[in-house]
Write a protein that binds this ligand. Structure first.
Ligand code: KG4
Ligand code: ZN
Length: 504
């Protein structure tokens, strides 16, 4: 309880217009607390041992205590209920978090190492309003980003949870939720700091509402709702795929985002989705989707089977660069005449071939086989067969060939569906996104597809391919420009939600 109270005092600056109604309540307790070397007063009300309320009068900025003396009057029961449900924080939220500038207090949990906070960038001091803060916690990345009104990414911070999930070979939902709770403070501070923006300057707040792991989503969504309410700003509950869908229009550098055309097609390939969409004036229609395993998912499963560490997709992709795809023939299912995808047949066949190879070469998932891979060439692209990195030679060539054939079949299916799309639907730009849109072969093949069909192509910048919050803030800015916003009272986390419900 001590720890949580302390954190509450520290965080009060981010949640200024907090539950002022506690002022007139019984059961209010005042505590003295040391923050940043100064003693401050913290007022809290505890209904039970797990719920904590902040008093907005106590605002701490950089360790300085100020009494802003803001009190809500005539607060209705409805507001009180809202504060209970939305603005109160369960004590465990704060327990594992290290508070900077408090040397006297021993951190229970170290800050994530600097390299876990990826692509932290400050591009530009020219900012156009509105400033949007995005939050993404749908799976195993805790992400926060600040974009300006032109879609410039002022900062995009992603704290990956690789270390936490690594020992399990995949994402453990309960661990993901706890990690989000622990990572949020350093990640959001980093994002605001890198953008040079104070929380009070944010004009709109966006958080992912789904689909994803519901416990993980709840963390970011509750934070977003509370922040929007506390700042008195519009709130946007964003569909995760809507974020991906528009991400190819983000600039990889310091530039503004390209305005998406009113109509375009979107291909999203990730760990949970292989989907084709038609977008018209912000409304999204699903044209095709995965019937079983998703594109990224099968890379992960095959990689896990051969002992690659999580996340396996990029590693399989990298090893596939070293193999000969012509050495194996693997299936490319047609899915009738639809634009749907199916990858479970390819996965089963590849896993069967791995078993055959094991009869020849012995276990293929030995730890030494998971040797370090190449860092790749410029732009993250591989050095190629000639530049084969040390370590990967530990894998038998037939396995590398199998991986290459597997990747080629996976990409061939994408190109086949895109051919069908091009034949059936009038020419429109194709925007390709999602974590698996980082796939090297896919990125090499797509420009040729575009040229064949006379289609404009936008490939998501590698830095925004995987889950990130810049894409969430960006989708929110586009919705904001169309005059949309969500009611934070009603927005709920959903593990599954059709994308058709967004954009209106
Ligand atoms: O979009 P994302 O970061 O998270 C989801 O929304 O699922 O996508 C992550 C997925 C994982 O399955 C990962 O293995 C896969 O994308 N992935 C790749 C590559 N890079 C990431 N799959 C194939 N080739 C890659 N280069
Ligand atoms: Zn994603």
């Amino acid at each position: 309880m001590e720890m949580s109270n302390y954190c509450a005092a520290y965080e009060a600056r981010n949640f200024r217009k907090f539950s002022g109604w506690t002022e007139n309540q019984a059961n209010v307790r005042k505590d003295k607390q040391e923050v940043g070397g100064k003693e401050v007063e913290v007022e809290r009300q505890l209904d039970d041992d797990s719920i904590l309320y902040l008093h907005e009068s106590y605002i701490v900025t950089d360790g300085i205590y100020k009494d802003e003396n803001i009190i809500f009057e005539n607060v209705t029961d409805e507001w009180k209920q809202f504060c209970h449900e939305t603005l109160s924080f369960e004590v465990p939220v704060y327990e594992p978090i290290e508070i900077p500038r408090a040397p006297a207090r021993k951190a229970r949990r170290p800050r994530p190492p600097a390299d876990a906070l990826q692509h932290r960038r400050v591009h530009c001091r020219v900012m156009r309003r509105p400033l949007a803060l995005g939050i993404e916690t749908s799976c195993d990345d805790t992400a926060c980003a600040v974009l300006d009104g032109a879609g410039r990414v002022l900062s995009s911070v992603v704290s990956s949870q690789l270390e936490a999930h690594g020992p399990y070979g995949g994402v453990v939902p309960e661990i993901a939720s706890r990690e989000h709770l622990a990572n949020w403070l350093p990640v959001s501070r980093e994002a605001l700091g890198a953008a040079g923006v104070a929380a009070g300057e944010i004009d709109l707040v966006a958080a992912t509402r789904g689909p994803g792991l519901v416990g993980a989503l709840l963390v970011g969504l509750a934070l977003g709702k509370a922040l929007a309410f506390a700042l008195g700003r519009p709130f946007h509950a964003i569909h995760h795929l809507e974020g991906h869908l528009y991400s190819p229009f983000l600039d990889a550098g310091p530039g503004p985002a390209e305005p998406p055309p009113p109509r375009f097609h979107g291909l999203v390939l990730s760990g949970g989705h292989s989907s084709l969409f038609a977008v018209a004036d912000g409304r999204v229609e699903t044209l095709g989707e995965t019937r079983d395993d998703a594109f990224g998912e099968v890379f992960d499963k095959l990689g896990k089977r051969i002992g690659l560490p999580y996340p396996q997709g990029p590693r399989v992709d990298e090893l596939a660069e070293l193999g000969d795809p012509a050495a194996w023939r693997l299936p490319v299912p047609a899915c009738g005449d639809t634009l749907d995808f199916s990858y479970s047949g390819l996965k089963s066949q590849a896993l069967t071939e791995v078993e055959r190879l094991e009869r020849r070469f012995g276990p293929l998932d030995a730890p030494e086989a998971a040797a370090p891979l190449s860092a790749g060439g410029p732009d993250g692209m591989p050095a190629g067969r000639a530049g084969r990195p040390a370590g990967t030679s530990l894998r038998p060539q037939p396995l590398l060939d199998l991986l290459a054939a597997f990747r080629a079949a996976a990409v061939a299916q994408v190109l086949d569906r895109l051919d069908r799309l091009a034949r059936r639907h009038p020419a429109a730009l194709l925007a390709v996104s999602g974590g698996a849109a980082a796939n090297r072969l896919l990125r090499r093949e797509l420009p040729a597809w575009g040229a064949r069909h006379g289609r404009e192509l936008r490939l998501v910048p590698l830095v925004y391919a995987g889950d990130n919050a810049a894409m969430i803030a960006h989708a929110a800015l586009l919705r904001h420009a169309r005059g949309l916003a969500d009611d934070p009272f009603l927005a709920e986390a959903e593990s599954r939600i059709p994308i058709e419900l967004t954009g209106r």
